[in-house]
Design a protein. Structure first.
Length: 319
């Protein structure tokens, strides 16, 4: 399994594709339909095995558009791997995945490599490129957010994506919302942004929040050369008092992530920022941790208390 850098042009990338006659798979294209048909359409056995290794067999009865960003990423990967190619390049396969899904995907790709499939991938987070600092405009208004006993489930789904969630914010600060893929983080941000309406409960804010979704094809600057950086700069230019950021650091290089973390911390001094992420560096910068599991809040408190209570944090922070 080989990482292909794009930092110094596409020579290495294009040479490997040409020599290996590899199929290049972009993982940002929209899919439609039931997950089961997307994965198991041509070979039910291969689809079932891919789903088992990626731990997404529980998604079979869902529609693609009902999945979280991380779940969609895994479905796209399984859909791509269902085609038995001898050589393949995956474009940014680890985007949106929590730590454990990254481990499972790495295991799957290594297993396929051992079976003779030649696999390469790109990962912009590993690139080392110069990065300009973000400019941050301060916020003057006091944030006001009240989320009261909110529940939501997707149409025709038996289980709730978010269930009996309450959250309140009336001062500046950085809240990091964590949880595994499919835990309800993105749905909660959509409910607060009022992109979707709760089935039960209420959402009330003092002024409209700035909402940046996880999928980069949505939101401002859809055609910018470095779309995510342009989107984030637009966020920091805003003087709004409430910000909802879904996996904002995904796709940034190490240098861009460092500049983003500095700017995010500065913005959170005057505005309330609710940020859903798997980025452990951002977790360490949090004033408040909100942890979701199966759509419900299992922890809401400060970072020190989370560190004391979390067995996973003690493991990941020492590795």
């Amino acid at each position: 399994m080989r990482w292909l850098s794009l930092a110094d042009g596409r020579d290495e990338f294009e040479e490997w594709v040409r020599e290996e006659q590899a199929r290049v798979v972009r993982l940002d294209t929209p899919l439609a339909g039931k997950v089961a048909s997307l994965i198991s359409g041509s070979d039910a056995l291969r689809g079932a095995e891919l789903a088992a290794i990626l731990q997404i067999d529980h998604l079979f009865h869902k529609r693609f558009d009902e999945c979280s960003s991380g779940e969609r990423q895994l479905v796209r990967i399984a859909h791509a791997l269902a085609d038995s190619s001898e050589a393949i390049v995956l474009i940014e396969p680890f985007r949106h995945l929590d730590r454990f899904r990254v481990e499972h995907l790495t295991m799957l790709l290594s297993r396929l490599t051992g079976l003779g499939v030649r696999i390469a991938y790109t990962d912009r987070a590993r690139e080392h490129t110069p990065s300009d600092p973000f400019h941050v405009n301060p916020t003057m208004n006091q944030p006001q957010l009240f989320v009261t006993d909110v529940s939501y489930r997707h149409p025709l789904q038996a289980s709730y994506a978010v269930e009996h969630v309450s959250y309140e914010a009336n001062q500046a600060g950085l809240t990091i919302c964590i949880g595994t893929n499919g835990s309800g983080k993105s749905t909660l941000l959509e409910l607060i942004a009022k992109s979707v309406r709760p089935l039960y409960g209420k959402v009330k804010w003092g002024e409209r929040p700035v909402y940046l979704p996880a999928e980069q094809e949505y939101g401002p600057f859809p055609h910018a050369a470095n779309r995510r950086v342009a989107q984030l700069q637009a966020v920091f230019d805003s003087e709004a008092s409430l910000f909802l950021l879904d996996e904002p650091s995904v796709g940034l290089t190490e240098q861009e992530r460092s500049q983003f973390e500095r700017a995010l911390t500065e913005k959170a001094m005057t505005a309330h920022v609710l940020c859903a992420t798997h980025d452990e560096q951002l977790i360490q910068a949090a004033d408040r941790i909100l942890c979701l599991s199966n759509g419900t809040i299992v922890f809401d408190g400060d970072l020190d208390e989370y560190r004391k209570r979390s067995a996973l944090w003690s493991h990941t922070s020492s590795s």
